[in-house]
Ligand binder design. Structure first.
Ligand SMILES: Cc1cc2nc3c(=O)[nH]c(=O)nc-3n(C[C@H](O)[C@H](O)[C@H](O)COP(=O)(O)OP(=O)(O)OC[C@H]3O[C@@H](n4cnc5c(N)ncnc54)[C@H](O)[C@@H]3O)c2cc1C
Length: 395
């Protein structure tokens, strides 16, 4: 069922925004110059949203644990298993770092041959970190890209997203996290601008209230400001952006195109001598037949059954992808209210494989089936939002 959603009328009235109308020409951001301060221009190409432009809807289950990811070594008979799983909504952001920590743990073992279980972002990056430290590595996985949760990701540098419940953090976990985020942020920056599908893009939060709420988030105190891309937050007034809200907050976002990125990691892994074996494991006893004594477990949600981790819970995500628009080079998110006062999020991320709409977070759902209702709500909200962008004008 398609539900009608409406933009907050007060926001529209305040902006004097026409509900008709996106033109075709890009709108140039006017420079609001204070002394010595210039804002760089952004070209706001209109986004064309309609149901017939949807080319696919994807679902992924984020592997969440309230107490955060698991990074520790366990012994199973003669096998040492280093766990590296439970990255929640941050597995594209943190994996180089957690992989580095896992690989450093592996260095304490005398073996220089290792098995990695899992071929998503945590598995591939852990495998690369092991190779960089001189290990011969084989990846064993039930599925490989493009059939992993990592391929269903948005994915931006969001190192604390859906990762940990603040009340469950411990000083030891915080130390692992800080190290992981530092390594990952550096590594992803180095991959930006090359052929890894890693890039910087302007992210806009369209809002009527530019003041962020007091920090009650789960990451309070976790990340140094220097590691937050959002530290250069710019508030644009109504005449500086085309969105139907009073303000738009601009932050730089470090982003990843999952398909390009994961395929490139597979290529790099193979070029460095790595092997990939398709194989599923049901229980720790199955690991005993592996030739490797050292095993890095990056099976994500698979660890719920494989290692009986009852704390793991899926957080379902669903994205709808519209036909690509290469001219759209900004991200935007907003919250809009429908006629019943219910709020719906609008989230738009342009990628080479399409315009990605939506970012569902549904805790506890194991269903890999797309919800039509969620898709309809996301697309309808995006149609309303982009339909209300102000008419573009040339500079
Ligand atoms: C909609 C959505 C948006 C997201 N946005 C972001 C974002 O913006 N930024 C961000 O950092 N993260 C984001 N994430 C989260 C990120 O995608 C996950 O944290 C990450 O993909 C988890 O990786 P994983 O290795 O745990 O799972 P996977 O990528 O699924 O990898 C697990 C691997 O283990 C294998 N495996 C599992 N069980 C077994 C078994 N029993 N035997 C053999 N092999 C097994 C699988 O086949 C697979 O190869 C998002 C996720 C979703 C769904």
């Amino acid at each position: 069922m398609r539900r009608r959603t409406f933009l907050t009328t007060s926001a529209l009235a305040l902006c004097g925004v026409s509900l008709r109308g996106t033109g075709t020409e890009p709108l140039a951001l006017r420079t609001l110059a204070g002394p010595g301060r210039h804002r760089h221009a952004v070209s706001f190409a209109p986004v064309h949203v309609s149901f017939d432009r949807v080319v696919r809807t994807t679902v992924g289950l984020r592997p969440h644990r309230d107490s955060g990811f698991v990074l520790r070594a366990d012994q199973y008979d003669q096998k040492t298993v280093i766990h590296n799983y439970g990255h929640g909504g941050a597995g594209m952001s943190l994996a180089w770092g957690t992989g580095a920590i896992a690989a450093d743990m592996a260095l304490k073992h005398k073996e220089r041959r290792a098995a990695v279980l899992g071929c998503g972002s945590p598995g591939l990056t852990a495998a690369r970190q092991l190779q960089r430290r001189g290990f011969a590595v084989t990846i064993y996985a039930k599925t490989v890209p493009p059939d992993t949760t990592s391929n269903m990701s948005l994915a931006a540098f969001t190192p604390t997203s859906g990762l940990v419940d603040a009340s469950r953090r411990t000083p030891a976990w915080d130390r692992q996290f800080r190290k992981a985020v530092e390594v990952s942020y550096k590594q992803l920056q180095q991959l930006a601008g090359r052929d890894y599908g890693v890039y910087w893009i302007d992210q806009f939060t369209a809002t009527d209230d530019p003041d962020p709420p007091a920090d009650q988030s789960d990451d309070s105190g976790l990340i140094a400001d220097i590691l937050r891309p959002s530290r250069t937050r710019e508030i644009l007034g109504a005449d500086e952006h085309p969105f139907p809200t009073r303000y738009a907050i601009r932050t730089p976002s470090l982003s990843i195109e999952p398909k390009i990125y994961l395929d490139r990691l597979v290529t790099d892994f193979r070029k460095a001598g790595g092997r990939i074996v398709i194989r599923a494991f049901d229980a720790p006893q199955d690991l005993m037949s592996l030739p490797e004594k050292l095993i890095i477990n990056c099976t994500g949600l698979g660890s719920a059954t494989l290692f009986n981790d009852e704390e793991l819970v899926p957080v379902k995500g669903q994205l709808s992808v519209l036909l690509p628009q290469p001219e759209v080079r900004y991200r935007v998110s907003a919250r809009i209210a429908d006629a019943d006062g219910l709020t719906t999020s609008v989230s738009m991320n342009p990628r080479s494989d399409g315009i990605v709409i939506g970012n569902l977070q549904e805790r506890g759902s194991w269903s890999l089936d797309p919800s039509e209702d969620v898709r309809d709500r996301n697309i309808t909200a995006a149609m309303q939002f982009f339909g209300a962008m102000r008419v573009a004008r040339p500079i």
